[in-house]
Design a protein around this ligand. Sequence first.
Ligand code: HEM
Length: 425
Amino acid sequence: PDAAPATGCPAATAGRPPAPDLFTWEFAADPYPAYAWLRTHAPVHRTALPSGVEAWLVTRYTDARQALADARLSKNPVHHSESAHGKGKVGIPGERSANLMTHLLNIDPPDHTRLRRLVSKAFTPRRVAEFAPRVQQLADDLIDGFAGRGEADLIHEFAFPLPIYAICDLLGVPREDQDDFRDWAGMMIRHGGGPRGGVARSVKKMRTYLAELIHRKRENPGEDLISGLIRASDHGEHLTENEAAAMAFILLFAGFETTVNLIGNGTYALLRHPAQRELLQGALAAGDTGLLTTGIEELLRYDGPVELATWRFATQELTLGGQRIAAGDPVLVVLAAADRDPARFADPDVLDLTRRDNPHLGYGHGIHYCLGAPLARLEGQTALATLLRRLPDLRLGADPDALRWRGGLIMRGLRSLPVEFTPER
Ligand code: HEM
């Protein structure tokens, strides 16, 4: 029988292609045909997620943008109708026990407004711009590690370590401790949807470390972001130590896997589109960085790191895209589907680095719009430009089976990206 969704789209199923299976391995490798089906036939669609939680998937651009900015959709999991017995099923594993809940992605105004204003005072575009030489050096050092070999796994050796070292440096985690973060982050990425025990332990270790670090920085402040967070004040208000720890944690958590996937998905898309890659390489060789700027935005739109925006919960009954959503229902906005909506983007399945009319939702929209976007852009642009400059004949490895997508829910990214190139001499 037609595997039409049981709920959410009661309309007649006759005459339309069968509903695709969601969250399978084939779906992880290429979710875009399934999203096209949902946009057309069930744009606000209730489904059971792999965890068993039921949620609404929102796939059209207009609905997605509206949902992201709708104050009736709360970020606070207490509004989930199942929160009493669905404990721990949404959010970051281990976060609940580790008392890191009061971070930006879990709260609403007025608390969100206060915390975001405070962190914005420390995490400024200027601080990010001053960080550019360090990101360049990190990119070059990592490439030095494999450039002489002629082959590499770009996820493990480049896309993964770059953001973790960058954010650790920015926060003020001493270099000698950064490999611990690399291990904890690796655990969190590897087992994102898997054994919760290991992830919870890593979250706990990170939390204990950050609490101690914040304590030390309070005694002995420096020029780093954690010291900035402690110092930041708004009308005489400061972050508490707990809030500062939660903030540092969410900056790490929101800032590393996303950027790993921007570099990974972005490089992969470029290697699969040789004409686009040549265009970019030509522009960079001529000293023109304009195409890099529009190109990174297009790579975010085309195959962005955040497939689904983080959880939202209806605080009251509401209608979205013609669909009634009950109070307490979870809503997941599918950024990856919205950003391929032909109603908003011309030729949405075409990668066009020169695309100018590109208001993609890759960084979200509304009050939770990505706080780290300037840093992500800096890292993404530096990483891709440096790769293409130093390894000009970079190509995908010969074994296509070695390339695997992770099957996570929120994030879309590669487990490994084997590449080959002429060794640097
Ligand atoms: C929020 C994407 C990198 C910090 C978000 C949201 C998206 C996003 C979609 C909104 C989520 C929602 O509304 O449910 C990305 C992408 C990145 C990236 C695609 C890389 C390419 C970073 C970096 C940092 C960061 C590098 C910090 C170091 C944050 C924070 C929030 C956020 C703190 C929460 C803001 C709030 O709730 O007010 N990001 N992000 N992100 N991002 Fe990013």
